[in-house]
Structure formats: C-alpha cells, structure tokens
Design a protein around this ligand. Structure first.
Ligand code: ADP
Ligand code: MG
Length: 509
C-alpha cells in the first residue's frame, strides 16, 4: 500500500557508494510526520552463536557448512529417552560475555522449556532460560560521532538453536537439516535505548567486537552466527511513554536491520497519524521488496507454557569460577581505546577505528612498536584501509602483513625512499604481497641521498637555466619550485626532496 503522504526523515542520507545508511550525526533522528515529529525507539534481541566445538547439550560438532544432517546426535534429534548434558564450556563462554558487557552474573540460573511446534524443532520445545537467566543487567558504551552513549543490556541467556527448514530446493517438499539443532546461542536483550538506525549500527558492531575480542562468538553474520530480532516503536517527540512495538524477526545483516527500521517506523507513523493504532505483531523483513510484513500477532510468554526442564538441574555457578573468568578477561575495546589514546597520541576517533576489530588493533600494535607513530597511523588508516575496502577483504587477509608494512614505513623514515615512492611500492605490495625491500631494490627505487650526486644534477640544472636563476636571485621567489621540479625530473623522481631543497637554497643565495 503506497501512502500519498510523504514522510521526510530528518537529514537522512543513503550513502550509495558504500551502501551504508547514515544520518547527519549532529541532529536527533526524528521522523517528520504530517502533523508531528516522531522519535523511533528500538530494542534488539541478538542471537549470538557461542564459539564452541560442540553443542549446548550434546557432543555433536558445530562446524559450519557440513553436509546436512551429519552433525546430529540422538539428543539433537530428540530420540526418546535421550538426556541433555550441559556443556560446561558454553556456560563459561556465556559468563565471559556477561563480564565483557559489565553485567551481573547470576550464580543461580534455570533452563526452561519453551514449547512450540515446528518441523525443524524435533523436541517440540526449545531449551532456553526464562525467569532466571545466567546473566542479568549490563551495558555497552557506543562511540557515536557526537559523543558516547550507554545502552542498557536487559539480560543474556543461553538457549539452543533449532534446525533449518529448507523450502527452496523442491517445489512440493520442505527439507530439514538438523545440523544446527542444539547449537548454543546467547540471546542478548537490550533495553529499548536505541534511537536511530545509526545507533543500531554502532550497537551491533560494538557488541560483535566485544564478543570477538572475548572469543565467545565469531560474529560471522553471513554464516548466521549473529542475528537479531528488531523491536521498533515510535512516539511523539517529547513523549516519555513507550509506544506499542512490532518485532521484526531474525534479521541477519546490519544493513537489513537499518532498512527494516526505516520502513517500519515510517509505517507506524503513517498509521498513527491517520488515527489508527499499532497492533503488537511479529513481522518479517522482505529484503527484495524492502518492506516489513505481518507474520502473526505477537505471542505472549504464557503461550509458550514455559516450565523448568525436568531433565536439567538448575545451574549453580561457583563464585571462584566467575572470578577466574573475570581475572582472565582480555583487554577489551574500551580499555584498549583509552590506552591507544595515551600511548600513541591518537584522537578518540582514530582510536575507535583502530580498536574496532581485534585483528586491526593487533596489526596496528605490531607495526607501531617498531615504526614512526605518525606514519604508522596514516599508512594504516589511509592506504591500507583503502586497499582492504577496494578488495573487500579483512585485515587478516591482506597480502601486506604487519611486518611488511613496518618495513615499508621504516624505509620512508630512514630516507631510503620518499613518501611518494612508497605509494608506488605499496601498489605492488597490495597486489603481490612482495617484500618492500625487494621491490625497492629490483626496481632501483632508492632515493638519491648522496649530496655530491645531487649537487651534480643541481649544477647542471642551474647552468641550463641561468636566466631563471638570475630572475630568482632578483626576487622572483616562485621560481624555486621550478628548480626543484627540474631536479626531480632529472633524477627520475628519486632525489631526496629535502636534500634538494637544502642544496638549492645554498646555491641560489
Ligand atoms: P519478547 O521475547 O516478548 O520479545 P523480550 O523481553 O525478550 O520480549 O524482548 C523485548 C525487546 O523489545 C527488548 O529488546 C526491549 O528493549 C524491546 N522493547 C520493549 N518495549 C519496546 C518498545 N515499546 N519499543 C521498542 N522496543 C521495545
Ligand atoms: Mg522477542
């Protein structure tokens, strides 16, 4: 249904180049309705697959991409009489994640059965946690362009994933693959603290980054390791009461989350402004049509007949275990950021970019420990990132390893090559991964830094251009550039520009 009224999103831009959605960050994200301005309220339920070799209640493998139904134990397929046995490692991973989110760890938690029927759920219920989750309230700090913002975490609980129904292999049959059945998930529920698609982007990225630093979820969205249910409501600007929310199920990319929010919030504003009300529903996002559609009216918790799973004892965590995990936590992005700012004199923005992924921060630290700070920062954030973008690869896939990057930077700071030549060398490195020293040698790119050799060239240029030299001496300062240019040309671009400047100045006095 196409609405005749036009809604304008305040300063909302679609950056087509990178296909990213962004808004003018200095302004509040509001929707201009026909009558009022509306604020968007968003809360996410992120399902993050726990990094673990085996499933939550069975020993089956969790390796991605295996042949269908080859990683299924009798427990995962709900063979009668089979009993689940909790995987202690998954529990530790959940605790670790909770600590990384500055959250309260609940020493006592309970596994419940969430009952529903679906072909890919052989048990007829999902083992989840309901009233007593393993992790309680916490928070995540978002680094936004106009400052930081804290987003509340409501809870984190452990649950099993279901299998997968495959509808598109055959026109009249649905296939079921149980490889995922029983894989451990952490459901991380945010408070309704998010206010724009940009904040959602920052939130998911930060959460993903924290879990990747911790090693508790690989965050691989293409493989379904991180999906979210996106809850959206709108309210008039200034209102304090929350509006009725719709929940958009199972969105598996940040871009789609943002598109779904934009569509859904506009839809809700249109309904409300035309005097209608919002039905609390579960909706799905249709990527092809860029719209959300109703799936079903929202079920309530009591519909699921939650009850404690009689096959599993409540979890009682040893305080010592929690403390041990806390003690062994790695340095997380927020702390690393502060340290980078202090140790390497970075701006908060630069630090944010460099800690955003563990691999990037490791790369940066490896290069900077032996190389010039400013050059390191500029080369990594400039040419290296551009090359990664261009090839759409991650830093760990870069042919230019940290070691080679450090060598390249060192050859600039030691004067072997100029910054300009370094760009040329880098162009080759990013394609072939070759050693910078080898490239410089084989192409004879070393700078001419021998004053005697440079003097010869300079003398030749000066005697070829006596008239100009006279003009310069009598005050035509602009000609200095001309001489530098000629010398560079004569040297095949290899003269050390600093030295050329010095010698020329002396000779033209
Ligand atoms: P359920 O499983 O019924 O969806 P949860 O409590 O697990 O309930 O999750 C609710 C999610 O919806 C949370 O992320 C919460 O922040 C969000 N939420 C709750 N109320 C609103 C609202 N009015 N608008 C937007 N999001 C909301
Ligand atoms: Mg929900």
């Amino acid at each position: 249904m196409q609405s005749k009224r036009k809604l304008i999103l305040n300063k909302f831009l679609i950056d087509g180049g990178k296909n990213r959605l962004m808004s003018d960050r200095s302004e509040k994200y509001l929707i201009n309705g026909e009558k009022d301005k509306w604020e968007v309220v968003i809360g996410l339920e992120v399902h993050a697959q726990v990094t673990s070799n085996s499933k939550l209640f069975s020993g089956s493998s969790t390796t991605f991409g295996a042949e269908p139904n080859t990683q299924v134990s009798l427990v995962d397929s709900a063979f009668p009489g089979m009993l689940p046995v909790i995987n202690e490692y998954c529990v530790q991973q959940a605790v670790k994640t909770g600590l990384g989110l500055n959250a309260k760890i609940n020493p006592y938690s309970v596994f419940d059965r969430k009952n529903y029927f679906y072909a890919d759920l052989p048990q007829g219920y999902q083992i989840s946690q309901y009233k007593n989750p393993i992790v309680g309230e916490g928070e995540i700090t978002l680094d936004l362009p106009n400052g930081s913002k804290k987003v509340g975490i409501e809870r984190l609980h452990l649950e099993q994933d279901a299998g997968k129904s495959i509808h598109d292999l055959d026109p009249s049959n649905t296939f079921v693959d149980l490889n995922r059945s029983g894989v451990a998930l952490m459901e991380i529920v945010s408070k309704p603290d998010l206010r724009s698609p940009d904040e959602v982007n920052a939130y998911v990225k930060k959460l993903r980054s924290i879990m990747r630093y911790l090693g508790t979820c690989d965050g691989n969205m293409q493989e379904g390791s991180l999906r979210a249910d996106v809850n959206v409501s709108v309210r008039k600007e200034g209102d304090t009461k929350l509006g009725t929310r719709c929940e958009i199920k199972n969105v598996n990319s940040i871009k789609f989350m943002q598109m779904a929010i934009i569509y859904e919030s506009k839809r809700q504003v249109e309904l409300l402004e035309s005097g209608k009300s919002i039905d609390q529903e579960t909706r799905l996002f249709d990527i092809k049509k860029n719209e959300t559609r109703s799936m079903r009216s929202k079920e309530d918790a009591h519909d699921y007949r939650y009850f404690p799973d009689p096959d599993l004892l409540p979890l009682n965590l040893d305080k010592k275990l929690i403390e041990k995990i806390r003690k062994d936590l790695p340095e997380l992005p927020d702390e690393k950021k502060e340290r980078f700012i202090k140790e390497h004199s970075l701006t908060p923005y630069e630090a944010n970019v460099l800690v955003s992924e563990k691999e990037i921060s490791n790369y940066f630290e490896e290069v900077i420990k032996s190389s010039d700070k400013k050059l390191t920062k500029n080369w990594i954030m400039g040419d290296l990132f551009a090359s990664l973008n261009e090839k759409n690869i991650s830093i760990s896939e870069s042919p230019v390893t940290a070691k080679k990057m450090a060598e390249l930077i060192d050859s600039i700071s030691s004067g072997v090559i100029s910054g300009r030549t370094a760009k040329e060398v880098f162009e080759i490195m990013k394609e072939t991964g070759e050693d910078p020293k080898k490239i410089i040698e084989s192409k004879g790119l070393q700078q001419k830094s021998d004053p005697k050799e440079l003097e010869k060239i300079i003398d030749k240029i000066l005697s070829d251009n006596k008239d100009k030299a006279e003009q310069y001496k009598s005050g035509k300062d602009k000609l200095f550039g001309f001489f530098v240019g000629q010398v560079m040309k004569e040297s095949g671009g290899k003269a050390n520009p600093q030295l050329v400047n010095e010698i020329l100045k002396k000779k033209l006095k």
